[in-house]
Each structure stands twice: as structure tokens, then as C-alpha cells.
Design a protein around this ligand. Structure first.
Ligand code: ACO
Length: 424
């Protein structure tokens, strides 16, 4: 039997059904609220609002648990490569051998971009931020793939899904090479997703590219950890754009724009900049004090999360991966020592304990990226390559949902009431 909450306003009572998911908090069904009471719910930042129902990813922020289609992230990282994780997120379960082969083949068919799209890159300044290029180029895909724009056709939705997953590494590597003044790369389809990305990023036509298995594994793991994270800001942006029936390429471009912000995907770039500014371990207490000072806008980047009020499970894997990569590559990075000390001090500080501020996934990813020779401006780009899988999985889920409606929040108006026009 459905549980109900009773809301009494000015003596009138209404019943609000309580919806149950498979895991996590129940949700008060507010859909009838305005019609029955004339009131809106007010929740800027959606701190208490479920915007949809979904069966893709589940986070228990208090316990520090992240599940992809029910499987703990630790088990996915241990047993899957990125394309297997992508298949799982999109189609709902782990692929068998034949499904895996077919999926890889399908993605490989779409890794190249239209030759004319390459000329778009030359319109950008060489010093353009690669995320600016990503927003522009991914949006521009809408102008090239007219045969996958009919969002009411499930097969076209699937082709758009494959195209986006396949082309993102190519576009990201092209953006990087453009900034370096190097030739724009082409994909090589006998490589894995991670190998192909690394080769496109770092190979030059004059030299044979050596694939490093340590670096490949680290990148593949980073891709998996960033692939989906339920209704975060960029995914919600993709869903909102998609709710108006915008085409998938435009929707993903909107997700990239939302991801760029330093409060979201841009945090890993900000973490590394912060660690470099701190510079030496003895400066850490000074920065901790700044972060705690209400009158100082400074925040400890890579700390805190809207949902995790415990250690982010991705940060735990990333921390371990960071140590492994630096050790295996024989890199001694003083920045890592600052990061570990900063983490130790913050985790013992009453301010961070009381507010449940733990390191998030971005805290360690920047250090690994640096060790792999990836510059800070590319950190969020790599995040966007991985998160494209989550965005398209969530977009597909929404498009197939019969309860889907255009997203149109209401507001609490606090401006002038109607007034007569008077010239000043
Ligand atoms: N350093 C210092 N204080 C912090 C931090 C931080 N990193 N994060 C939150 N706080 C404090 C806030 O000042 C606030 O204090 P108050 O209650 O006294 O006002 C309290 O903790 C709650 O913070 P909110 O901003 O209200 O929490 P919210 O859920 O809105 O924000 C966010 C979450 C944006 C991630 C925030 O913790 C933050 O800015 N962190 C730094 C940026 C970052 O690392 N972002 C990456 C997020 S993970 C991702 O996108 C992959």
C-alpha cells in the first residue's frame, strides 16, 4: 500500500503519496501540489528534490557507496574495461562475449569525424581553452549527422549514442593537438578505447608511438570512475535540454558547458592549481584557515560534495591509483605529498568533520593526469569524454520514459509588483 503524507494548509488537508525506490530515501510526490493548493515547492539547487526516476546509477552518500546498474564501482573497476562499463550503463547489464565484441565494433565504426568538421578547429585561437572547443565542436556535430537527429526514432537515438561515445576521444585529442600546433590526429581502430585516445593525444607523425600499459590502465580506470554519477549538474543539464526535444549532440554540448564550471568538473584543474599555490607543506594550515573563514571566498578544492557526506568511493580508488601510477612510472611528485598532508590535516579538523567534507574524485585525478603528461586544461575535457557515456545513458532513459515532460521549474517572484510606467 502506498504510504501518504498529509499536508495541512489554512485548515485544508491534502494527501501526498510517498514514492518508494529500490534503494535510498523515499520521495514525496509533489506533482499534485500546485493544482490542489495553489502553492509551489521552493528548493533552489534541488537540495531536496528528485527531478526524475532512474535505474542507472545509485549513490548512498552517507555510506560512500556508488553503484552502476547495481554493481559497486570497485567491482566494475576491477573487472571491466571502459567500453564494458559503458555497455552496462547504456544497456543495463554486463555484456557477454558476443555483445562486447559487437559493441566495440560498433563504436570503432564511428571514431572518425566528418572531414569538414576538421576545418572548424582552425576557427579557434590556438590558446582557446579546450573545453570551449569541446562545447563548440560537439554542438556542431548536429550539423553533420542528420541521419541521427530524429529523437523519436529509437534506432537513430542509438546511432547518435554510439557516435557520441566514439567521437568524443577524437574531438578531445584534436582540441589538444590544435593547441600544440600539431597535426590533427586520426583514430586507429585496432586499439582499445583508452589506447586510441592516448595515441591520438600524444603521437606525432614522425615517430612510432609506444603504448604504455600503466598509463593505458590508469586512463581506462579514470574513464570508468567518471562515467556516470546520477543527477549531477551536467547530467541534469543534458536532461533539461533533452526534455525540450533538442537533438542529442546539442544536449551533450550543454552538458559539457555545465561540466566546465569549477564547482563541478572544473574542480580537478582547480585542485592542481591550489596545490601548486600552497607550494610547501608548512603553508597548509594557512590555507585550511582561509577555507574555514566565512569572509574569505576560498574553498578547499577537491573537498566536499553535494551527495557524499563520507569518503567519495571514487576518490579512494583514485588515491590508490595515484600511488600505483607514480610508483610504477618512477615519478616523485612533491605535489602528491602536499595533497596527502592536506587531506590528513583537513580530515582531522573539526570544521571539515562537522560539515562532513571529505576528498572528492577530483582531489587526486589532477595529480595522476600530471604524471601522465596531461596538462591541466585537458583535465575536464577527459572528464567530459568519460561522462558522455552517463549523459547519453540518462538521455536515452529519459527519451524512453512515457512520464517525460518538458522540464519547466517555477519560481518565487520577489521583484516589483505591477506598476505604472513612468519616464524617469
Ligand atoms: N572548503 C571549505 N568549506 C566548504 C567546502 C570546501 N571545499 N565545501 C563546502 N564547504 C562549506 C560551505 O562553506 C558551507 O558552510 P556553511 O554551512 O557554514 O555555509 C557548507 O560546507 C556546505 O557547503 P555548500 O556549498 O552549501 O554545499 P553544496 O552541496 O552546495 O556544495 C560543492 C558542494 C559545490 C562540491 C562544494 O563542496 C564545493 O564548492 N567544493 C569545492 C569544489 C569541488 O571540489 N567540486 C567538485 C565536486 S565533485 C564533481 O563535480 C566531480
Amino acid at each position: 500500500m502506498t504510504r501518504k503524507a498529509i499536508l495541512t494548509i489554512d485548515g485544508k488537508s491534502i494527501e501526498l503519496p510517498i514514492l518508494q525506490g529500490t534503494c535510498g530515501p523515499e520521495a514525496l510526490d509533489m506533482r499534485g501540489l500546485y493544482q490542489e493548493t495553489g502553492l509551489f515547492s521552493y528548493d533552489p539547487g534541488f537540495t531536496s528534490t528528485a527531478s526524475c526516476s532512474s535505474n542507472i546509477t545509485y549513490i548512498d552518500g552517507d555510506a560512500g557507496i556508488l553503484l552502476y546498474r547495481g554493481y559497486p564501482i570497485e567491482q566494475i573497476v576491477e573487472n571491466c574495461n571502459f567500453l564494458e562499463a559503458a555497455f552496462l550503463l547504456i544497456y543495463g547489464d554486463i555484456p557477454n562475449y558476443a555483445q562486447k565484441q559487437d559493441f566495440e565494433k560498433m563504436i570503432n565504426q564511428h571514431t572518425m569525424v566528418h572531414e569538414q568538421l576538421r576545418s572548424f578547429f582552425h576557427g579557434f585561437r590556438r590558446d582557446a581553452h579546450p573545453m570551449a572547443i569541446m562545447v563548440g565542436i560537439v554542438g556542431a556535430l548536429s550539423a553533420f549527422y542528420h541521419d541521427s537527429l530524429d529523437i523519436d526514432d529509437t534506432s537513430q537515438r542509438e546511432i547518435a549514442t554510439h557516435r557520441l561515445i566514439a567521437k568524443m576521444p577524437t574531438i578531445a585529442a584534436m582540441a589538444f593537438n590544435y593547441s600544440k600546433g600539431r597535426p590533427l590526429p586520426y583514430p586507429q581502430n585496432d586499439l582499445t578505447y583508452a589506447q586510441n585516445f592516448l595515441k591520438m593525444m600524444f603521437s606525432v607523425p614522425t615517430e612510432q608511438y609506444q603504448i604504455n600499459p600503466i598509463i593505458t590502465k590508469a586512463i581506462d580506470r579514470i574513464f570508468i570512475l567518471h562515467a556516470d554519477h546520477e543527477q549531477n549538474a551536467s547530467t541534469s543539464t543534458v536532461r533539461l535540454a533533452g526534455s525540450s526535444k533538442a537533438n542529442p549532440f546539442a544536449c551533450i554540448a550543454s552538458g559539457i558547458a555545465a561540466l566546465w564550471g569549477p564547482a563541478h568538473g572544473g574542480a580537478n584543474e582547480a585542485v592542481l592549481a591550489m596545490l601548486k599555490t600552497i607550494g610547501t607543506k608548512d603553508k597548509i594550515p594557512e590555507f585550511i584557515e582561509k577555507a574555514k573563514n566565512k569572509n574569505d571566498p576560498f574553498r578547499l578544492m577537491g573537498f566536499g560534495h553535494r551527495v557524499y557526506k563520507n569518503y567519495d568511493p571514487r576518490a579512494r580508488i583514485m588515491r590508490q591509483s595515484c600511488h600505483e601510477v607514480l610508483e610504477q612510472l618512477g615519478i616523485h611528485d612533491p605535489i602528491l605529498e602536499i595533497a596527502i598532508e592536506l587531506e590528513r590535516i583537513a580530515l582531522e579538523d573539526p570544521y571539515f568533520i562537522e560539515k562532513k567534507l571529505y576528498p572528492n574524485v577530483d582531489f587526486y585525478s589532477g595529480i595522476i593526469f600530471s604524471a601522465l603528461g596531461i596538462p591541466p586544461s585537458m583535465f575536464t575535457v577527459i572528464f567530459s569524454v568519460a561522462r558522455t557515456v552517463g549523459w547519453v545513458a540518462q538521455w536515452n532513459e529519459m527519451m524512453a520514459d512515457p512520464a517525460q515532460k518538458i522540464g519547466r521549474p517555477r519560481q518565487l517572484y520577489v521583484g516589483n509588483p505591477e506598476r505604472k510606467f513612468q519616464k524617469p
